[in-house]
Design a protein around this ligand. Structure first.
Ligand SMILES: *Cc1c(COP(=O)(O)O)cnc(C)c1O
Length: 336
């Protein structure tokens, strides 16, 4: 795999740290838990979309675009990271936000990532839950073109074969770190949504013949649908990379037991995970993705899914800005 054949900008703070979570490992009684800090990629509070945007924005600049447009849920971390890099590069940015939960909470609609989108200078418009957001994005692109702009369309989550290269790169980075540290990685676990992160990781780890299994904890889709989406994108990513048919369907594993009632709807396990990580490791998760991903990891540890001496790496995909979009859900009393 030769990633430097692809256009890329360098703005993420890389490599992100790979650190042990000793207090959490003790608290749970093993396995050895590690964390890969992709919440520290450095772009206006960081997160996993920054790696994808290194490849996507290079493509946008090569095409001579002057505007970037994308879509996501109201508290989209992807929209916020896109707004941030557009600001850095002096491009216009429009984000379309879908109110998937139909919430009218002013913190959800205006604080957290939405506040940052606006602060970073993006134009923000919202659509009701259930809107066809891909179509809305195309309509916006048509309108911008009619007004004389050259828009670059980034799909939701930046999840296409170009964006997924960011996580092929993360896979290679993780292997390099593990080699340098003499660390045998037995499992990688992370939250999976629009599929680009897992597709890139699986492509990189499989393409390198690492033998490291990846488990995606779904935050929205049922297991089979999520696995199919990841597999499909991983195959297209491998094709884009020119490494052939290296990915098997069994290489893609997701678990949808921790979604709860739906995307961005709180679960008890998520709240427990957010509080536990804050209080044992001073690590800030988020309520939509990494909180549910960690809830899955904690529950699977308790159920004995991993060996006591296994090294399990949790990929922290970021999102802590969204904590402020849901201030009431953490069970914190004003005096507590
Ligand atoms: C987008 C996102 C994810 C999921 O990554 P995908 O590539 O969309 O599957 C996980 N965690 C956070 C914080 C995110 O913003």
């Amino acid at each position: 795999m030769h990633l430097s054949r692809f256009p890329r900008l360098h703005f993420a703070h890389l490599p992100t740290p790979l650190e042990p979570m000793e207090a959490l490992s003790r608290e749970l009684g093993g396995p050895r838990l590690w964390i890969k800090r992709d919440d520290c990629t450095g772009l206006a509070t960081g997160g996993n979309k920054t790696r994808k945007l290194e490849f996507l924005m290079a493509d946008a600049l090569e095409q001579g675009c002057d505007t970037v447009i994308t879509q996501g849920a109201v508290q989209s971390n992807h929209a916020r990271q896109t707004a941030a890099i557009a600001a850095r590069l002096g491009l216009k940015c429009h984000v379309l936000l879908e109110n998937r939960t139909g919430s009218s909470d002013p913190d959800y609609l205006g604080n957290g990532n939405v506040l940052l989108d606006r602060l970073l200078g993006a134009s923000v418009s919202t659509r009701p839950g259930g809107a066809d957001m891909a179509r809305e994005l195309d309509l916006l692109a048509d309108q911008l073109r009619a007004d004389g702009h050259k828009p670059y369309i980034i799909p939701g989550g930046g999840s296409n074969p170009v964006g997924a290269l960011g996580y092929v790169n993360a896979a290679l980075e993780l292997l390099t770190q593990a080699n340098a540290m003499g660390l045998r990685i037995d499992h990688v676990v992370h939250a999976t949504g629009s599929a680009g992160t897992q597709a890139g990781l699986v492509t990189g780890l499989t393409g390198a013949r690492s033998g490291i299994p990846v488990l995606g904890i779904s935050v929205r889709a049922p297991r089979e649908a999520q696995e199919n989406a990841v597999f499909e994108l991983a195959r297209r990513t491998a094709e884009h990379l020119g490494i052939g048919d290296v990915i098997a369907r069994e290489d893609v594993v997701a678990n949808s037991d921790y979604v709860g009632e739906g995307y961005a709807l709180p679960t008890e396990g998520m709240v427990e995970a957010i509080r536990l990580l804050a209080r044992t490791e001073a690590i800030l998760l988020d309520p939509v993705y990494s909180g549910k991903g960690m809830a899955g990891l904690i529950d699977l540890v308790r159920k004995g899914r991993f060996g006591k001496t296994d090294n399990v790496v949790f990929l922290h995909t970021g999102g802590s800005a969204a904590l402020f979009g849901y201030p009431g859900i953490y069970g914190l009393s004003p005096e507590g």
